[in-house]
Design a binder for this molecule. Sequence first.
Ligand SMILES: Cc1ncc(COP(=O)(O)OP(=O)(O)O)c(N)n1
Ligand SMILES: Cc1nc(C(=O)O)sc1CCOP(=O)(O)O
Ligand SMILES: [Mg+2]
Length: 201
Amino acid sequence: MKLDPFYPIVSSSGWIARIVPLGVKLVQLRIKDLGGDKLRQEIAVAKAICDTHGCTLVINDHWEIAIEEKCGFLHLGQEDLDEADLDDIRKAGLRLGVSTHDGDELDRALSVSPDYIAIGPVYPTQSKEVKFAPQGLDKVSGWKKAIGDLPLVAIGGITLERAEGVFLHGADSIAVLSDVTGHTDPERRATAWIDGTAGRR
Ligand SMILES: Cc1ncc(COP(=O)(O)OP(=O)(O)O)c(N)n1
Ligand SMILES: Cc1nc(C(=O)O)sc1CCOP(=O)(O)O
Ligand SMILES: [Mg+2]
């Protein structure tokens, strides 16, 4: 499986409506502050927009709703793996990406046969409290050697200016929060990422 090199992460279906029509082909919906019907509605709206535009939607954390809403891709962290029913997820045909931050986490992630591995934070990030120090580019290279053909997603403090170095160290795709949604002109920045990664698409 080939992942799009540009992988923005957003917090609402409103963000999906803003950036997916620009040509984004892989996006994660990461909602931390909703539950119940509102969360389900956000996921359903995001899915409808992504389906219309031929964009792969990855649902963060909410594996049960992802199954019920017939989504195609899920992202889980190590703590999420403790709670999730991987048999149900696989039976529903969902693809799965898993976060990793050290060798033990990588072993555990590989044991669930993921569709991609994420490594982070590559650089310092303001978007999330992560209990691991920035990993640096050499760790990205080491991860790619360890996982071979399995797609590698790099995350954490990555800007468009840093992207080429991250790709050259083995990342197949770069996940981005603040460099798009925290930018003064998010639509222009998303377009710059799409254009700037065109050669890797
Ligand atoms: C592509 C990608 N990589 C890592 C994460 C982080 O997942 P997790 O560790 O479960 O933390 P939360 O995002 O749930 O706070 C991610 N979401 N996406
Ligand atoms: C959600 C998330 N997970 C991380 C990890 O290391 O697992 S770093 C991160 C936030 C990344 O945001 P930004 O692009 O703004 O730095
Ligand atoms: Mg999570």
